[in-house]
Ligand binder design. Structure first.
Ligand code: ADP
Ligand code: MG
Length: 246
């Protein structure tokens, strides 16, 4: 395996309205391997979203060095947001095809891609509905379809399931794993949910706050599909809990 994203000594400082500095990230070192499912885990406020935005190229104001594998750039990335970020005036189909829009219309080929994805995500028949007509789970399915439509090399997800009820979140986690396998993409996901990290990740980076930095990176070798009631699963959860709360 080779690295697709390398972060070296990344730092990020915010200033409050009085000009006082706040070090949100300090000395973050990280290598994302191509094709892996990588999770950033840590408590609220530790800098997970800040780091994800930097890694994905949404935020270019930071210190340190960030390298993408040769031939890879921001165009190869897509993002799934916690609050779905759908455009309310566009239909499901148009939202899902947002990354493909050229001259504000979808080509026949784009429409085929989008309708295939909507079918895969269980949204067949909803193409012409608007976001307000959908449940949270359906909205996030559209968010995932939109992210996949551009055939990303890396998909970044920021707490994609934390606004959903637990049944919907469980179903969507399973679907995400299927899609990750099918699309052979790299996934970098943020969560504060330890069980979710153990369920999904190949590797887990544990972040601590003030300043936000990476404390440990754990390999998660539990065989897939993972059984959340197995002793090995609990052992991994315990290990991470100790790291997160120390
Ligand atoms: P997480 O995603 O882990 O909850 P964030 O990356 O959103 O954490 O934020 C990390 C820290 O940086 C927090 O203390 C937050 O208040 C601060 N922060 C985030 N964005 C900004 C901003 N635009 N301006 C000032 N402070 C910010
Ligand atoms: Mg966040």
């Amino acid at each position: 395996m080779s690295s697709i994203i390398i972060e070296q000594n990344i730092g990020k400082t915010f200033r409050n309205f009085r000009g006082k500095k706040f070090h949100a990230l300090e000395k973050v070192n990280l290598e994302i391997e191509e094709g892996e499912f990588f999770v950033l885990l840590g408590p609220s406020g530790c800098g997970k979203s800040t780091l994800l935005r930097i890694m994905s190229g949404l935020d270019s104001s930071f210190i340190g060095s960030q390298t993408y594998k040769a031939g890879v750039d921001k165009k190869d990335f897509s993002f799934v947001f916690q609050q779905f970020a759908l455009l309310p005036w566009l239909t499901v189909e148009e939202n899902a095809g947002l990354g493909l829009f050229a001259d504000h219309t979808l080509t026949a080929e784009d429409k085929k891609t989008v309708s295939g994805l909507l079918k895969t995500l269980g949204l067949e028949g909803f193409s012409h509905q608007y976001p307000r007509e959908l449940s949270g789970g359906m909205k996030q399915r559209v968010g995932i379809a939109r992210a996949l439509a551009v055939k990303p090399k890396v998909m970044f997800l920021d707490e994609p399931f934390s606004a959903l009820d637990s049944f919907t979140a469980t179903a969507l986690r399973k679907e995400l794993l299927v899609l990750w396998n099918e699309y052979k993409m790299t996934v970098v996901m943020v969560t504060h949910n330890i069980e979710e990290a153990v369920q999904l990740a190949d590797r887990i980076a544990v972040m601590t706050s003030r300043p936000g930095t990476i404390d440990a990176i754990l390999q998660n070798t539990l065989p897939r599909p993972r059984d959340p009631r197995s002793p090995e699963f609990f052992a991994m959860v315990d290990k991470l809990t100790a790291l997160v709360t120390k």
